[in-house]
Write a protein that binds this ligand. Sequence first.
Ligand SMILES: Nc1ncnc2c1ncn2[C@@H]1O[C@H](COP(=O)(O)OP(=O)(O)OP(=O)(O)O)[C@@H](O)[C@H]1O
Length: 590
Amino acid sequence: MSKIPKLPISTKENRPTILNGRPTSRILAKTLSDTDKKLLILNHTKPIGRNGVTTTLPAPRVKRAASVPVAAAGPSAKTSSKTNLNPKIPPYDYKARFQDLLEKHKVLKSEYSDLKEKHVETAEDYEKVKEALQSTNTEKDIIREKLLNTIKDLKDRTSELQNLKIDYDITKHAYEELQNKIKILNEVANNLKQKSLEYDHLDKEYNDLSQRHKSLQEETDALQNILALMYKDQRILRNTVQDLKGNIRVYCRIRPPLETEKSKPLFSLNVLDACSIEVEKTELLSSAKKGKSQHSFTFDGIFTPHATQEDVFTQVSSMIQSALDGYNVCIFAYGQTGSGKTYTMEGSCGKENYGIIPRSIDMIFSCMEDLKRMGWELTVKANFLEIYNEVIYDLLDSNKEQDSHDIKMVNSKGTDVYVSNLKEEEVASAHDFIRLLMFAQRNRQTAATLNNERSSRSHSVAQIKIAAINEMRKEKFTSNLNLVDLAGSESGKTTQRMDETKHINRSLSELSKVILSLQTHQSHIPYRNSKLTHLLMPSLGGNSKTLMLVNINQFDECFGETLNSLRFATKVNSCRTTKAKKNLTMVDNF
Ligand SMILES: Nc1ncnc2c1ncn2[C@@H]1O[C@H](COP(=O)(O)OP(=O)(O)OP(=O)(O)O)[C@@H](O)[C@H]1O
């Protein structure tokens, strides 16, 4: 940095010719009297010639003269002024006056040279001051520039500071967040630590439980084995009981009159015991013939008009159990139109009104759970068909034009049959099955509307096929459960539709023939004489269990048909098939 030059030290002698900020000349002009001023002008403007005539002198620079300090003029100047006014010199004494003036001039000259010297000094000082001023100015410029730079720098720094402040705030915020996260992480870490401890504890418990589970599993396996053996014994026992009861069993169900039928005359019906009834036509007693028409019938069981759907199924369920044990089973409802066959087999709305078919599937699926526990895996399939005028219709196919359906042999042994082009659905639950049953019912009703009460005049068959496999015991079996709602069994005399009746009666009479042939152990059983017997062959033959429900009503007008039904049922009941054989096979490879 350049140094500002020092001004010369101010003294009385070198003090600048500025007094109170005013130029010295002006002060001088004020302090001098008018006469002195005139004289001063004369002395400095006109030089005095030898002859006393004033010569023209170059005009003194007013400034310089004026710059003479009053102090510099000294007491002589005052004296001169006084001399000038000296009244002692008479005006005519020019010589004295001249001398006086010379003196004054000498004084003034000396003052002038002093002043000149001082002027030179002052000029020098001035130059120095000027130089100092210049250098000061330069320095001032430099400083100014520096100051500007500094201000700019300051501004930049301020802006930088602002940015830094923002950065700081952001960083501070991030830091706080980080702190929070660290806090949370610490909490998580603590929790984890806690959980880890809990996990260790649970792991230990799990290991203990695993051990217990293992030993329990072993116990369960042993129990399961015992259970399976017990189940096997139970099955054998059940079958023995059924064998003793007979493989064709017949139950009679008497339908109650409906509200609308309450006024209809009834024939006399006495329930003698759990298995026997007696029917008597009172009208005949008062007739001219005077004969007493009284008939007794004995079956495996009687269901009175008060018997509920549940009562019926309780008796029937042993047959369903047989199907689950691997036997072919056929349950059919026989009786005249309106005797309650469909109600017995399918039932009506509401669970308590469910008939044998929906209850059977419920039982199959609930038993399936027990069988699963014993290592059995069951597959259930179902199909629904109708035989009308010796033609088979698929009730799961809603197409009006169906492919023809024929009954064919499953294998060369001829022990099992199937129906060609028939839709068969796998059933995963009882609900699934009910859905299919309802679909079949709808299709049957649609066909009935189109074809004049076809439903009463056709045989309806629900086939449930069970396939079971036990990998653990290396056993498997299949069984067919046929649930049949037969066509109304009216005789030809009582109906208008002869063609239908012919077909129905033929098939029912073929059914009767098959049963009789089985009863008398004929070498040839005429299964193929009707579609119905052909279809039911596996369920009617030796390797099967059959249950017939003969449905009757008590109306007087139906007495003849009721007798026919009861006689047919008696014929069936007297038939005892050969001992049923279970379809169980031992398997090496699954
Ligand atoms: N045990 C019963 N309790 C109450 N109502 C019954 C009973 N049996 C049948 N019904 C009712 O009697 C009517 C005739 O029964 P259902 O239709 O079952 O006879 P069906 O023999 O099947 O006749 P179809 O041969 O015409 O099919 C139906 O309204 C049915 O609900």
